[in-house]
Design a binder for this molecule. Structure first.
Ligand code: NAD
Length: 249
């Protein structure tokens, strides 16, 4: 659990659940929401009070119930847990396709299903899903991952339509390449990690990787009452990757 700042911030008195909140983007989101006054429950595989595997309905329901018993309410749900997958459509077998979809897509459905009864009681209910530019960009060697994030985008819009009349706003963020332990692991696997990092940074229109904190700020905005009329959108935090076409330097 991340303790709230108690500073009269915009999330004062509200309870937020962040899946995959023990690392990277999720960790930054948990810190940002706590800094803005929320009580934050991190759901993750380990290193947290609320241990849960989003592919296991029993542990999901147990963790959400534990959060509700502990804090008495749930106002914000950030469905952030996700994994990557590399390769073309031919490179991953059926089991891997199902494993990634089970985590990246069905995981959102599981956690949301468990949290909905509590969110319906909140006057400030918001769900933010962590999507990716992979949902729309057509990235090479990312067939399975892109398909799963495309599903997250479609799911976000469908959820937004289904739940807005219950007072629950649903949106997603679409980060570009974010400097998290996940990207660190990919870079470390390259023959020259420093050169690979430099090349990856140079491919971003704004010349650097996106900071996890920058994504966290966007998630906090979509989760906060300040975005009360923003429903069913994807907010790009990608340094311009999704929208710009720059001339080669
Ligand atoms: P990360 O690996 O640093 O953190 C992911 C967290 O999710 C970890 O704490 C991990 O334990 C947790 N997790 C994994 N499987 C889980 C499960 N079954 N149940 C519960 N928790 C689980 O990764 P990150 O880079 O912070 O990515 C977080 C999200 O952001 C993912 O959905 C990813 O697809 C998305 N994203 C990342 C990037 C990027 O460049 N890093 C870009 C776009 C989108």
């Amino acid at each position: 659990m991340t303790e709230p700042a108690g500073n009269g911030g915009e999330f004062e008195g509200l309870v937020a659940v962040v899946t995959g909140g023990a690392s990277g983007i999720g960790e930054a989101v948990a810190g940002e929401l706590a800094a803005r006054g929320a009580q934050v429950a991190v759901l993750d595989l380990k290193d947290t009070e609320f241990v849960c595997d989003v592919t296991d309905d029993t542990t999901v329901r147990r963790a959400i119930t534990a959060v509700a018993e502990r804090f008495g309410r749930i106002d914000v749900l950030v469905n952030n847990a996700g994994i990557g997958a590399q390769g073309t459509v031919a490179d991953n077998d059926d089991a891997e396709w199902l494993r990634v979809f089970d985590l990246n897509v069905v995981g959102i459905a599981r956690v949301t299903r468990a949290a909905l009864p509590y969110l319906r009681e909140s006057p400030h209910a918001a769900i933010v899903n962590t999507c990716s530019i992979a949902a729309t960009a057509g990235l090479q060697q990312r067939a399975l991952y892109s398909a799963s994030k495309g599903a997250v985008l479609a799911l976000t819009r469908a959820m937004a339509a289904d739940h807005i009349r219950e007072g629950i706003r649903v949106n997603c963020v679409t980060p570009g390449t974010v400097d998290t332990p996940w990207i660190g692991r990919l870079l470390d696997a390259a023959p020259d990690p420093a050169a690979e990092r430099a090349a990856l940074s140079a491919r971003q229109p704004h010349g650097r990787l996106v900071g996890a904190q920058e994504v966290a700020q966007a998630v906090a905005y979509l989760a906060s009452p300040a975005s009360g009329s923003t429903v069913g959108i994807e907010l790009a935090v990608d340094g311009g990757m999704s929208g710009l076409r720059l001339r080669p330097v």
